[in-house]
Design a protein around this ligand. Structure first.
Ligand code: DQA
Length: 164
């Protein structure tokens, strides 16, 4: 049986108390990291990535909400809810990246600083992965750097939020 990933996971308090809040949202099959095509995605689990993000967020004075879902509608709802509750988003939408106009519409509604993240480098893979519906609504894109990409995305968001 596939590992069951807690739908709504970390809520880490920022070092300073009420620092800006960043939501890290993960899409389908990312609950399988660690055992899913390790030659592409590596051996780190989503829980490992969450733990690294929690440490990094604390250092940066960010409060962190870290979630994963296999359902497109749930991801859309979370992006809608992020407006007003989060100051920035890190989004690895998994395969929905390449298919979901609904995600693009939700991101255009939320209008939050958003960093699109991929563990792998989609441009080096199958042609259907070369299209992203998320990129047009993203402030930046980090791909091909494995789990480290999530931490870099938090750093980028912290800088963007502190400048605004
Ligand atoms: C992914 C890349 C997508 O093409 C794929 O469908 C995923 C993971 C990545 O992190 O590399 O599920 O978003």
């Amino acid at each position: 049986m596939a590992p069951c990933y807690n739908r709504i996971m970390t809520k880490t308090r920022a070092k300073s108390g009420g620092g800006p809040t960043v939501w890290v949202l993960n899409g389908p099959n990312l609950n399988l990291l660690g055992s899913r095509e390790p030659e592409i995605y590596g051996r780190a689990t989503l829980a490992d990535i969450e733990a690294a993000c929690a440490v990094r967020a604390k250092d940066l004075g960010l409060a962190l909400v870290f979630r994963q879902t296999n359902h497109e509608g749930e991801l859309v709802t979370w992006i809608q809810e992020a407006k007003g509750q989060a100051q920035g988003l890190v989004l690895n939408a998994g395969a929905f990246t390449h298919t979901s106009v609904a995600l693009l519409d939700a991101l255009n509604f939320a209008r939050l600083p958003t960093i699109e993240v991929h563990l792998s480098q989609p441009l080096n893979r199958e042609p259907f992965r070369h299209v992203s519906y998320v990129t047009p609504a993203s402030s930046g894109l980090i791909s091909g750097l494995g789990p480290h990409g999530y931490e870099l995305a938090l750093l980028a968001l912290a800088r963007m939020i502190n400048k605004s």
